[in-house]
Write a protein that binds this ligand. Structure first.
Ligand code: ADP
Ligand code: K
Ligand code: ZN
Length: 432
C-alpha cells in the first residue's frame, strides 16, 4: 500500500530524470535569490548552466551548519518573508538556534511526505495517531501533525510529557499509532506496565519513532512491550524535519524520498563521495524546497546507502540506521545538545573553572544529564549556601540554553580527568 504510488514506485530512470530537472531549477533558484550561494558559486566558477547531469552535483560546494549560523536568522532564505508562512528552529552550538523557513508549498510537501511515511507503517484515515513529539519550534510535533491530517487520520496532538495522561488517552481514545522518540515510547511502556496496563489489549498497531538514534535491540523491546510494529523515521529541521526518510515494513532501512532529496555519502575527513554501500556522512540536497533550499548540506549523520531493490516495491534507496555523528552533538530526549553550549554558559558566569564534563545516563528509559563543573579550591571554603546558590543559578541558565533539564554538580579541583589531546567533555553511559 502506498500513499503516492506514482512517485514512490517510479523507475530509477524516471526518478533520475526528475531529479536532474528539479536540481537544475533549485540551482537556478538559489543562484538568483540567495547571495550566499551566488558568491560561493562565483568563487568556484560555477553557473547554473554548468549543471548538466546528476554527476555534476559533485562540483558544487557543501553547505554546513556553520554557514546557517553565519547567516542567522533568515540570510539563506530564497523567498521574501511575505512568502514564508512558518519558521522552525533547532538548537545551535552556542545559544543561537538554526532557523529554517517554509512557504505554503513547502508545508504541503512536508505534509505529503509525512502522509507517505504514515502509510509506510500501514496507516489509513481510520487510524488514531497519538502524536507525542514535542510541539513548538521543534519540527517533530507540527511535522507529524500536518501529515496525519493530510492522510485523514484522527490526530491527538498531545505533545511530549505527562505520561499518565498519555496512557489514559491511549486507552480512552483507542490510539492505533504512536509517534514519539523511541526512548519516550519505552518509558511509556514501563510506566504502563507499572500501572498494570496490558498493551496486548489495546488497539496499538504501529509506532513511528525517530529524532534520536536507536537500535535493533530497542526495536525488539518496543515491539514486545507495546505490542506494535516499531518503525524508524529520519529527518532534520535544516532539510525539512521528520519525513526525509521512513522505514517500510520490510524493516531494512529507511527509504529516503528521492523525488525531493538527493542523498550522497562522503568521507567526513576528505569530503570525497563514497560508492554506494560504504559508510560515511550523509549529505543531502533539497530539490523542491522554496523557502530554504540547501545544496549538499552536511548532516553530520553517519550511515550508508543501500541501493538494493526493496521487497515493498518502493524504488527509492534506503539509508541504514544512523550509527553516530561526525561532530560532538549529543541527542538527549530527542533534543540536540552541544557541549560547547555548556561551556559558553560557564564562560558567561566566570565563577567556575573551565573544566566540565557532561555525564549522560538512561534510567528507566529516560535520559538524564548531569554536568560536573570544577570550582576553585578557595570556593570550597565558602558556605554551603553559596555553593548551592551557584549550582542553582548555573542549572537555571543551562536549562534555558539547552532546553532540557540537567543536574549541576560542583566538584573540587582536579576531579575531572585531564586529557592530553582533545578534551573529553562527555561520558555517555546510555546503552541503546
Ligand atoms: P528533528 O526535529 O527531526 O529531530 P533536529 O534538527 O532537531 O530535527 O535534529 C535532527 C537530528 O536528529 C539528525 O541530524 C539526527 O542526528 C537525529 N535524528 C533524527 N532522526 C533520527 C533517527 N531516526 N535516528 C537517528 N538519529 C536521528
Ligand atoms: K533531534
Ligand atoms: Zn521498502
Amino acid at each position: 500500500m502506498y500513499w503516492d504510488r506514482e512517485c514512490e514506485t517510479m523507475s530509477r530512470e524516471q526518478l533520475r530524470a526528475l531529479q536532474l530537472e528539479r536540481l537544475k531549477l533549485t540551482i537556478e533558484r538559489v543562484y538568483r535569490n540567495v547571495s550566499f550561494y551566488r558568491q560561493r558559486f562565483a568563487e568556484m566558477g560555477i553557473k547554473p548552466s554548468s549543471i548538466r547531469s546528476l554527476e555534476d552535483l559533485r562540483r558544487l560546494p557543501f553547505t554546513t551548519k556553520q554557514d546557517l549560523r553565519d547567516n542567522y536568522p533568515f540570510g539563506l532564505f530564497a523567498v521574501p518573508m511575505s512568502d514564508v508562512v512558518r519558521v522552525h528552529a533547532s538548537s545551535g552550538t552556542t545559544g543561537k538556534p538554526t532557523v529554517v523557513g517554509y512557504t505554503q508549498n513547502d508545508i504541503n510537501t512536508w505534509a505529503e511526505l509525512i502522509a507517505r511515511s504514515l502509510v509506510c507503517a500501514g496507516a489509513t484515515k481510520f487510524d488514531v495517531v497519538q502524536n507525542a513529539y514535542g510541539y513548538g519550534l521543534f519540527t517533530g510535533g507540527l511535522g507529524l501533525h500536518f501529515g496525519a491530517e493530510r492522510l485523514g487520520a484522527t490526530v491527538v496532538p498531545v505533545s511530549g510529557g505527562n505520561t499518565q495522561r498519555q496512557l489514559m488517552l491511549m486507552q480512552d481514545f483507542g490510539t492505533t499509532i504512536l509517534t514519539c522518540t523511541p526512548s519516550y515510547a519505552l518509558y511509556m511502556a514501563e510506566e504502563g506496565q507499572k500501572m498494570g496496563l496490558d498493551f496486548k489489549k489495546l488497539p496499538l498497531k504501529a509506532g513511528i519513532f525517530g529524532a534520536e538514534p536507536w537500535s535493533e535491540r530497542m526495536r525488539q523491546q518496543l515491539e514486545e512491550k507495546l505490542d506494535l510494529m516499531a518503525l524508524d523515521i529520519y529527518g532534520l529541521s535544516e532539510i525539512m524535519g521528520p519525513g526525509v526518510a521512513m522505514e517500510c515494513q520490510a524493516k531494512q532501512g529507511m527509504h529516503i524520498f528521492e523525488d525531493h532529496f538527493i542523498p550522497e555519502i562522503i568521507n567526513p575527513e576528505t569530503g570525497e563521495v563514497l560508492p554506494p554501500g560504504e559508510e560515511g556522512e550523509l549529505v543531502i540536497t533539497t530539490i523542491t524546497k522554496e523557502a530554504f533550499p540547501l545544496i549538499r548540506y552536511r548532516t553530520r549523520d553517519i550511515t550508508r546507502i543501500d541501493p538494493e531493490p526493496c521487497s515493498c516495491g518502493r524504488t527509492h534507496v534506503r539509508i541504514r540506521r544512523i550509527t553516530g555523528r561526525s561532530d560532538d552533538m549529543l541527542i538527549i530526549r530527542g533534543v540536540n545538545v552541544f557541549p560547547s553550549q555548556v561551556e559558553s554558559v560557564l564562560l558567561e558566569f566566570g565563577e567556575t573553572e573551565p573544566h566540565y564534563l557532561l555525564v549522560v545516563d538512561r534510567k528507566a528509559n529516560l535520559d538524564y544529564l548531569e554536568i560536573w563543573v570544577e570550582v576553585a579550591e578557595h570556593m570550597f571554603s565558602d558556605t554551603v549556601r553559596k555553593l548551592e546558590d551557584l549550582e542553582q543559578r548555573l542549572r537555571e541558565r543551562i536549562e534555558s540554553v539547552l532546553g532540557i533539564s540537567a543536574r549541576v554538580k560542583l566538584v573540587e579541583p582536579n576531579t575531572i580527568p585531564r586529557s592530553e589531546g582533545k578534551a573529553k567533555r562527555v561520558v555517555d553511559r546510555r546503552q541503546i
